[in-house]
Ligand binder design. Structure first.
Ligand code: ASP
Ligand code: MG
Length: 466
């Protein structure tokens, strides 16, 4: 099989972690073609990408030596791991490469300080350098462990547009480059160790795919290489039925559908972002989420096929506010909903949940808490004439609420799910403030007071014996 595997910053953040990576890759590469995608090192006391970005900003503010000052620590971090995991010959060839890469951005920072300006284009050159260092380190560690491997900069593979800091891939060009560069290596049994996060424009200028972009890099490579499966190695056993910090008996979901994954990530579960894995979803390539530090656990498999079962998981979004617009004159007042949502959008607030009863006497919506005051002010301004005429009587806000979402594609067309949710909440004395269910029936969302959020998640989880 052809597998593309991504290891995130913490999964490659120390010698112990990279040793673990080498053992996973070694096992897998015996029987499969394996492509690795790696993030920059996220060591407990030195987060490479954050450190580089902060130093670049300091350079723009006038500190020309900002990168030169952190470079020795970054070099030590990588060479310290190399001391544990690579042969002396590998170390000897690695060190000058790392020095050169760090020198390059140290010099760049000096120019940035002179110019007094940090363009997104210059920031991409600096922020992506952690991935380049780490890919070389990991390839050296793999070779030292007897696994044929080669570090490759994704600037040679992923062709992007010119939106520095948040670039998108040009998939046809990327496919051609990846196939011609990587397939010969795979056929020879070599593991390409590709930098996550970065790409390059057609003209060859380095870009980045946005913070956390290594997941996207991995999905792009999986899609253009027609991988059989794509693995995201993380620090958790997979997608859970609920946040284990809230629900002690939460467990890993062995299988879920793309649709369920999308619903879950929307509702705050820490899984893959649907936009990130879109290239895989489009080609129906199965996704596996596995734990780098517990590889024996089967993890979660996410694929196109529907997975039996009704409610699969319960999630919660906190730090949100509920805004209610109501009044007797809203009945039949055409266009009022459009005006409400336009006003909220004008305030820069994203509506996470919307509900209107068919009596049309009120509309409620949930927005991030930090945007609530602006949204309410904008709504009051927009609806001032209706308030004067008493068609709208109030624009109220409940500042601190939690949206609890029950997710599962099998809920579609299964009667009684909502009854079970609300029955369980009622029995526990938890008041439901608002409810929404999209007609896709993939999720039921409800709003409760902030202090009842955890209890609501626990009660619903128990009601479905998840
Ligand atoms: N190193 C990059 C970041 O921290 C990309 C990634 O880790 O996914 O944003
Ligand atoms: Mg990351």
């Amino acid at each position: 099989m052809r597998l593309v595997m991504k290891f995130g910053g913490t999964s490659v953040g120390s010698a112990a972690a990279i040793r673990q990576v080498a053992s996973i890759v070694g096992d897998s590469a015996r029987e499969n073609q394996v492509v690795l995608v790696v993030s920059a090192m996220n060591a407990p006391d030195l987060r490479t990408t954050d450190t580089l970005i902060k130093a670049a900003q300091a350079a723009a503010a006038g500190d020309g030596d900002a990168i030169a000052q952190v470079a020795p620590r970054l070099l030590d971090l990588h060479m310290g791991v190399a001391a544990e995991l690579t042969t002396p010959a590998e170390r000897e060839s690695l060190e000058p490469q790392l020095r050169e890469m760090l020198d390059y951005i140290s010099n760049l920072a000096r120019s940035i300080a002179v110019l007094g300006e940090l363009t997104p284009r210059a920031l991409d050159l600096i922020s992506g350098q952690g991935e380049r260092c780490n890919a070389r380190l990991i390839a050296a560690a793999l070779r030292s462990a007897g696994i044929a491997a080669e570090a490759i900069d994704a600037t040679d593979l992923i062709v992007t547009d010119e939106k520095y800091g948040d670039a998108s891939p040009l998939l046809d060009e990327t496919r051609a480059r990846c196939q011609s560069r990587l397939l010969p290596l795979l056929e020879q049994g070599v593991v390409p160790v590709v930098t996550g996060f970065i790409g390059a424009t057609k003209a060859g200028v380095t870009t980045t795919l946005g913070r956390g972009g290594s997941d996207y890099s991995c999905a792009i490579l999986g899609a253009v290489l027609d991988a059989d499966e794509v693995f995201f190695w993380k620090e958790v056993d997979g997608v859970m039925t609920a946040n284990p910090k809230i629900v002690a008996e939460a467990r890993t979901l062995p299988a879920l559908s793309y649709t369920e994954m999308a619903e879950l990530s929307y509702y705050g579960a820490n899984v893959l972002h649907p936009r990130t894995v879109f290239p895989l979803v489009k080609r129906s390539i199965p996704i596996r989420i596995k734990n780098t530090f517990n590889p024996a656990h089967p993890g979660s498999r996410i694929a196109a096929d529907a997975v039996p079962g009704t409610a699969k998981a319960v999630t919660a979004i906190s730090n949100v506010s509920l805004i209610t617009v109501g009044g007797p004159g809203m009945l039949g007042l055409t266009g009022v909903a459009a005006r409400i949502f336009t006003a909220v959008a004008r305030a820069g607030a994203n509506s996470l949940l919307i509900s209107q009863a068919s009596s049309e006497q009120s509309v409620c919506l949930v927005v991030p808490r930090q945007d609530a005051a602006a949204a309410v002010a904008e709504l009051r301004r927009e609806l001032a004439p209706e308030v004067t005429d008493h068609d709208v009587e109030h624009v109220d806000v409940q500042e601190s609420v939690v949206v609890v979402a029950v997710v599962g594609s099998g809920m579609r067309g299964t009667p009684g799910i909502a009854g079970r949710v609300f029955g369980a909440l009622g029995a526990a004395g938890i008041n439901v403030v608002a409810i929404a269910q999209g007609s896709t029936e993939n999720n039921i969302s409800l709003v409760v007071a902030a202090e009842e959020g955890d209890a609501a998640v626990q009660v619903v989880h128990r009601a479905f014996a998840l």
